[in-house]
Design a protein around this ligand. Structure first.
Ligand SMILES: C[S@@+](CC[C@H](N)C(=O)[O-])C[C@H]1O[C@@H](n2cnc3c(N)ncnc32)[C@H](O)[C@@H]1O
Length: 206
């Protein structure tokens, strides 16, 4: 399919999308917020007082949901290479997560706090060439896992977006070496056509 055809299909789908309309009505910055809300409904991963690290956070839908559930006693640290408008209860760092300096700064921001939950909705800009996109996407998952293993408290959780394809199985095995439980989630708000799915890894072994 040509680029212009696929982008006009994207625009049509976007404006007809019930989650896009709902996000506008409910005051969420993205339709992605409903993916986290659905997972929350089922798995109750967000709780009052938690400290959460949100990777690939812009425009901020997941951070809005996280901040709401952790409440005033909790805290959200968020990061993205794009700018993000400020949100109450959310500390934001702008930068490319693949850069060592940004990774290190984020580690610094978490300090000695100990993170209860890492959530990553990061996805690379898709070129349409799977041979290029898949390794980029898997690299982001590897980095998110690396960060999680440095900041999570024992017993903590990681929710991470993954793309089915090369590297998927070996990374899944890797996840199993760090977490006692690993589940797959494909929320309704995630388009069925999309290869994205989420891993919910629970009970970090520390
Ligand atoms: C699907 S969007 C996230 C939507 C967000 N969860 C929400 O609810 O609004 C994916 C995000 O990952 C970010 N991203 C992709 N690669 C990144 C990288 N290397 N470093 C930082 N952010 C990255 C993109 O800039 C984009 O904002």
């Amino acid at each position: 399919m040509s680029r212009s055809k696929s982008s006009s299909r994207w625009l049509r789908e976007h404006f007809d999308d019930p989650y896009v309309k709902k996000a506008q009505q409910d005051g969420y910055r993205s339709r992605a917020a409903y993916k986290l809300l659905e997972i929350q409904e089922k798995d109750r991963i967000l709780k009052q007082g938690m400290t959460v690290l949100d990777l690939g956070a812009a425009p901020g839908g997941w951070s809005q949901v996280a901040a709401r559930y952790v409440g005033d006693a909790g805290h959200v640290i968020a990061s993205d290479r794009l700018e993000m408008d400020p949100l109450y209860g959310v500390d934001f760092l702008q930068g490319d997560f693949c850069e060592e300096e940004v990774f290190a700064k984020l580690l610094q921001m978490t300090g000695n706090r100990g993170i209860d939950l890492v959530i990553s909705d990061m996805a690379p800009n898709m070129s349409g060439n799977r041979a290029v996109d898949q390794p980029r996407a898997m690299y982001l998952v590897e980095l998110a896992l690396d960060m999680a293993t440095r900041v999570l408290k024992p017993g903590g959780s990681l929710l991470v977006k993954v793309f089915q394809g090369e590297g998927f199985d070996s990374l899944r095995k890797d996840m199993h070496t760090h977490f006692r439980q690993l589940q797959t989630r494909k929320p309704d708000a995630s388009r069925s056509r999309s290869a994205e799915t989420y891993w919910l890894a629970k009970d970090y072994m520390g």
